[in-house]
Design a binder for this molecule. Structure first.
Ligand code: C2E
Ligand code: CA
Ligand code: CA
Ligand code: CA
Length: 279
């Protein structure tokens, strides 16, 4: 088929990491996996730092292969991005996550938000706004309860196009989060230019807290910056009480990490929500 031929080209390109033979079989398995429904969504809690109450969830894709087991997203997302399958998978994830949030809210009996990763190729796709509208209309979720996570790289490829799309997203009241903040192109000008609501500090800057002076300086600066620009901050990859305490003391409002909850299937997330309600 045409699609397979095109994708193989990408697989053989020198930029592709890993042994090509393996990637080809993984790629073939992905098309099969879509047909067999092997892709799942996990949800990781995002909590309020002072109270540790769950405010929302980040949607994280999982692939449960019958013999390979759980294939991590770092293996399959780049392949899906290269062959275009990410458009299909991403549209499904967005819609399913919006529907799932309504169920979470029923259990929690309060308003929560859902965060969904949008890959560069999805963001650039002509149909993306239709996909977004469809997810909101189908689920009945108000736009303000949806956060779309994009990276700095996604914005910088074509800033003029990015600005147009972001403005349309803002019209739908969906919020934009900059994922892996500080790890990509470090131009701060886009914070002024684009309608951004949330910065997510990458785990790379959190991991060595509170010991690392440099990481401490970077995180403090991001927290100050976001206060002045009226942005929310989520610290990613928080694993220890020391990290949590350090961030909370400096006014970081949202925490996401193994300390406060690993990515989990929807039914486990619902159990956590109903438990916290009766606590
Ligand atoms: P990300 O968007 O930066 O997501 C956060 C990653 O950090 C997740 O890895 C999460 O499981 C992991 N994480 C969270 N807390 C901790 C912690 O305390 N310690 C450690 N060591 N890790 C933590 P995951 O689920 O393996 O996803 C990896 C990447 O794959 C994501 O990074 C994102 O870029 C991509 N990805 C995942 N799901 C999707 C999706 O549905 N669509 C797209 N386009 N990309 C996705
Ligand atoms: Ca993310
Ligand atoms: Ca990311
Ligand atoms: Ca990250």
């Amino acid at each position: 088929a045409k699609e397979t031929g095109k994708a193989r080209c990408v697989v053989y390109s020198p930029a592709q990491a890993g042994p090509p033979q393996h990637d080809i079989s993984l790629e073939a398995a992905m098309f099969q996996a879509v047909r067999e429904g092997e892709f799942l969504l996990y949800y990781q809690p995002i909590v309020d730092a002072p109270t540790r109450e769950i405010q929302g969830f980040e949607t994280l894709m999982r692939w449960k292969h019958p013999t390979l087991g759980m294939v991590p997203p770092v293996r399959f997302i780049p392949i899906a991005e290269a062959n275009g399958l990410i458009n299909l998978l991403g549209a499904w994830a967005l819609k399913a996550a919006c529907v799932q949030l309504r169920q979470f809210e029923e259990v929690a009996r309060r308003s929560l938000y859902i965060s969904v990763n949008i890959s560069p190729r999805q963001f650039r796709n002509d149909k993306f706004l239709d996909v977004l509208d469809d997810a909101l209309a189908f689920s009945g979720l108000p736009g303000e309860q949806l956060v779309l996570e994009i990276t700095e790289g996604t914005l910088m490829v074509d800033p003029v196009h990015a600005e147009a799309i972001l403005t349309k997203m803002a019209e739908r009241r969906a919020r934009i989060a900059i994922d892996d903040f500080g790890t990509g192109y470090s131009s701060l000008a886009y914070l002024k230019r684009f309608p951004i609501s949330v910065l997510k500090i990458d785990r790379a800057f959190i991991r060595d807290l509170p010991g690392s002076q440099k990481d401490g300086a970077i995180c403090s600066t991001v927290l100050d910056l976001s206060r002045h620009l009226d942005l929310s901050v989520v610290a990613e990859g928080v694993e220890t009480e020391e990290q949590m305490g350090w961030l909370n003391e400096r006014g970081c409002q949202y925490i996401q990490g193994y300390l406060t909850g690993k990515p989990m299937p929807a039914n486990v997330a619902m159990a956590a929500l109903s438990e916290s309600m009766h606590a």
